[in-house]
Design a protein around this ligand. Structure first.
Ligand code: HEC
Ligand code: HEC
Length: 212
């Protein structure tokens, strides 16, 4: 696990040194490489915020008896001192998902959202609203892993444009890849799936990326 983290940090560091490429080949077993799907709003927040620096294995390897307090302390530690960036009000929502999925409250039923379940987060997942690209990028934290003209965790959007320049169905392919996530198209690091995006939202994002 430590190895995975170091590799991701190396991959990030290598973007600071143009021309320096490192070949990494880390294959995670697919069934454990992603957060367990859940109706809890913290599921998507964890997907967006907790795979930026390390794999889900860090979460999966915590004792199943871990309490809410323990998860809260762990999540807070990711911000200070580790430097993760997520909003204060997202902390209880993420903690609620973690303790009910990987900790001591596993059997308490995921259907019952406690008061930490914030309606506005659920609203972000609504499939009907047409949204503009910038709002979608912000709501899904895309720019934590991407930039327009340099690689961060994922490829620079300009490089995506270059890769798809000659493809007639570029927007369709890119929209599908945004929804499905995955790895090995650009490198070994995975992009989480954004399956909650509607066709229209994925399409807006794909067109935005391809117009950079
Ligand atoms: C900015 C980078 C960063 C982000 C984002 C991040 N972490 Fe971490 N995480 C770390 C570092 C650094 C460690 C310590 C690594 C080590 O000791 O090998 C760590 C370790 C952990 C561990 C192992 C136990 C421990 O206390 O060391 C858990 C569990 C964990 N993170 C959960 C999370 C969760 C949940 C999130 C999302 C809310 C998250 N992380 C987001 C950097 C991050
Ligand atoms: C946790 C980090 C992370 C987040 C968050 C993230 N991505 Fe990615 N993204 C990646 C990685 C890593 C890849 C390369 C995957 C691969 O090699 O197949 C990637 C690949 C892509 C690609 C290239 C797909 C292709 O067809 O080749 C696009 C476009 C993209 N991301 C857009 C987005 C958008 C839009 C969002 C927000 C909805 C987003 N990403 C959120 C990490 C992330």
């Amino acid at each position: 696990m430590r190895y995975t983290l170091i590799c991701i940090l190396l991959a990030v560091a290598s973007t600071l040194t143009p021309g320096f490429a490192i070949a990494l080949d880390i294959q995670l077993p697919p069934e454990t490489a992603v957060f367990k799907p859940s109706k809890l709003p913290g599921y998507m927040l964890a997907q967006r915020n907790c795979m930026i620096c390390h794999s889900v294995h860090y979460i999966q390897s915590q004792p199943l008896t871990s309490t809410r307090d323990y998860w809260e302390a762990t999540v807070k530690k990711m911000r200070v001192p580790f430097g993760a960036k997520f909003a204060d009000e997202d902390i209880p929502v993420i903690v609620d998902y973690l303790v009910k999925t990987y900790g001591a409250e596993r059997n308490s039923g995921t259907a019952a959202l406690n008061t930490a379940g914030k309606p506005e987060i659920v609203a972000l997942t609504a499939t009907s609203e047409p949204a503009d690209a910038k709002a979608l990028l912000a709501a899904n934290n895309c720019m934590a892993c991407h930039a327009i003209d340099k690689q961060i965790v994922g490829p620079a959007f300009r490089n995506v444009v270059a890769k798809y320049a000659s493809k007639a169905n570029a927007a369709t392919l890119v929209a599908r890849n945004i929804r499905d996530g995955g790895s090995n198209k650009w490198g070994p690091v995975s992009m989480p799936a954004f399956g909650h995006l509607s066709d229209a939202e994925a399409d807006v994002l794909a067109h935005y990326v391809l117009s950079q």
